[in-house]
Design a protein around this ligand. Structure first.
Ligand SMILES: Cc1cc2nc3c(=O)[nH]c(=O)nc-3n(C[C@H](O)[C@H](O)[C@H](O)COP(=O)(O)OP(=O)(O)OC[C@H]3O[C@@H](n4cnc5c(N)ncnc54)[C@H](O)[C@@H]3O)c2cc1C
Length: 568
């Protein structure tokens, strides 16, 4: 058995995982930072090109309490207010710390520049530039991580299961993608920072490794998930022409700033027919824009790639250049000349508000098991403000690392080689070994993505969700074990895809089951058969796994009764 040992094991090295590693190392803990991709180069953080929200108040007067108020409003009553407060009050310190560590936030003289974004009542969103915010913060964190001797980094390890003993997390089993062998990691505490789930959907803004594995790992370990029905669909994700090396959700700020027109496939403006005043103003909210686009497509008035046109041709080139900055030349290298042609856009799965249920120390109900970043549910309730996600990754990462690092001081090492061997043998026996030719795991992944888009996408009905639930169970119970894994050895994509698919199916089922139970429309969860907000559902939905079946129950949202935190 190949083994490694550490105090704190961190699964996923995006913004949250790297911040957690730095923070745990500051507590003198030894840290093992694992990622199925390369450290600091997989997942969403490095892809984000836009902005990070924090009440620095450098552009205009602002404070953390106002940021919190805006966040709670966007969350439609379902935020875990303690977590939201941690996010908003912890943001400024993290942004300034990142600056100290080398992130060059865009400045106007002495001030950090901050922009307004939909849902924020102040100019609060900072950025490096509109192409490099994510890459820049990821580079800062990678550098900082590499300076700390207590942090050991392992790339190309996909964690496929956790080892739990007497209700306490004591290790994990990883698949080493480089040689196709398993490795056991013994740890006193584990932080799940493996990001979101948007790869579950056919149309997504995700990287290839956002299949929702953190949620499945948490469920299998006995932890709880919360509000899994709240997947955020970004209304104007890029569809066509093909865009290489650019953020597929880049259009939003430009649309608001410049007044990009949304046109249907007949080149006619249509959003006003769906209850928004958009003509001439272009300010329809994200949910109305998404609904209007999908309804036009349904009525046969979509664009060739199934969306709407976003048109800037009415804006003079000088104004376009001033607003888009370097982005306009990058678009030209992609063959997109905004003065001549509109682009095609449409709703795309972008972020997950739900996730692993944690307390204010980022700890799950399993002792020693923590979560951080997008993997955590609750801080953004039923809808997230733009810019809050990277702040969440930094703040929750720092907090999870600090709390886990502190807790392991009181934990003795709890390595159980026998139990680890049992876990390893079980995992190794799971992938099908049949030599007969069959369906490859990636083909079933594509089927699942299509199913999720069609039946559990931006607009849902009970009928569609029930059908999705039935098909997912069939995939889990029958098809998963009959897939073909061709060959073995180094970088066996079939084996990786198979383990990823196994987690994707569990997570997809949690999303669908939760969406089916919430018989109302609120925030990002829109049911065409229950189009209104129902006060009876002013509750969080909690999902657990018992004997292989998902159980859902309801809980009152955590309210801030201890008063507002101070900036720490
Ligand atoms: C295109 C795009 C643009 C965005 N723009 C913005 C923006 O402008 N502002 C904003 O606030 N937010 C934005 N977001 C959202 C934000 O980037 C994410 O919510 C945030 O970066 C998540 O950070 P994280 O560390 O939790 O996860 P990630 O950065 O996704 O990192 C998770 C890591 O876990 C690894 N991993 C996954 N599964 C496993 C496993 N089983 N074993 C080991 N490792 C695993 C992945 O490889 C990855 O490296 C954007 C997201 C996308 C996709």
């Amino acid at each position: 058995m190949q083994e490694v040992s550490t105090d704190v094991l961190i699964v996923g090295a995006g913004g949250a995982g790297m911040y957690a590693a730095i923070s745990a190392a500051r507590q003198d803990a030894s840290v093992l930072l694992l990622d199925k991709s390369l450290i600091g180069r997989g997942g969403a953080t490095i892809m984000a090109q836009m902005t990070v929200a924090a009440a620095l108040g450098q552009e205009e007067p602002d404070d953390c309490a106002t940021h919190l108020k805006d966040t709670l409003e966007a969350g439609r009553g379902l935020c875990n207010e303690e977590l939201s407060a941690l996010l908003c009050f912890g943001g400024p310190e993290r942004i300034l710390e990142m600056q100290e560590w080398g992130t060059r936030w865009a400045r106007a003289g002495e001030r950090v520049r901050q922009e307004i974004a939909p849902g924020h009542s102040r100019k609060r969103c900072c950025y490096v530039d509109f192409l490099n915010t994510g890459p820049a913060v990821a580079a800062t964190l990678r550098r900082k991580v590499s300076e700390l001797a207590a942090i050991r980094r392992l790339s190309n390890i996909a964690v496929v299961d956790l080892v739990i003993k007497d209700g306490r997390a004591i290790g994990a089993v990883g698949l080493d993608l480089a040689d196709g062998e398993f490795v056991v990691c013994h740890a006193k505490a584990i932080i799940l920072a493996a990001g979101g789930l948007t790869k579950l959907y056919e149309r997504n803004s995700a990287s290839s490794n956002m299949g929702g594995e953190a949620y499945a790992l948490a469920l299998w370990a006995g932890a709880e998930l919360i509000d899994m029905e709240f997947v955020q669909f970004f209304p104007i994700g890029h569809l066509a022409p093909r865009l290489v090396g650019m953020d597929p959700i880049m259009w939003d700020p430009f649309r608001y700033k410049l007044g990009g027109k949304l046109l249907n496939g007949d080149f006619v403006e249509f959003v006003d027919r769906y209850g928004a005043v958009d003509f001439g103003k272009y300010t329809a909210t994200r949910d109305i824009a998404a609904y209007a686009i999908l309804k036009e497509v349904e009525a046969g008035r979509g664009t060739p790639h199934g969306g709407a046109y976003l048109d800037f041709r009415h804006i003079p080139e000088t104004q376009l250049r001033a607003a888009f900055g370097p982005v306009i030349d990058r678009l030209l290298t992609n063959g997109i000349d905004l003065t001549k042609t509109p682009v095609e856009v449409g709703p795309t799965a972008h972020y997950h508000m739900g996730g692993i249920r944690v307390n204010a120390r980022m700890e799950t109900c399993i002792q020693g098991l923590y979560a951080a970043g997008e993997a955590v549910g609750g801080a953004n309730g039923a809808n997230r403000l733009s810019g809050n996600a990277i702040t969440e990754a930094f703040v929750f990462g720092a907090r999870a690392g600090a709390c886990a690092g502190e807790q392991v001081k009181t934990f003795s090492r709890n390595e159980d080689r026998k139990l680890a061997q049992v876990a390893l043998d079980r995992i190794a026996s799971l992938p099908p070994r049949s030599s007969k030719r069959g369906v490859a795991p990636i083909a079933l992944q594509a089927e699942l993505q299509n199913l999720m888009w069609e039946k559990a996408g931006p607009f849902r009905t009970g009928e569609k969700l029930s059908e999705a639930e039935r098909q997912i169970r069939e995939m889990l119970e029958q098809e998963l074990s009959g897939l073909e894994i061709a060959g073995d050895g180094a970088f066996n994509m079939d084996l990786q895809d198979w383990f990823e698919l196994r987690a994707m199916l569990t997570t997809a089922e949690a999303v669908v089951t939760s969406a089916l139970s919430r018989e109302e429309s609120r925030g990002a969860h829109q049911r065409e058969d229950y189009p209104n907000v129902d006060p009876l559902y002013l509750k969080n939905q909690v999902v657990t796994l018992k004997n292989g079946a998902l159980i859902s129950s309801w809980a009152n949202p955590v309210r801030l009764c201890a008063g507002l935190p101070t900036r720490d």
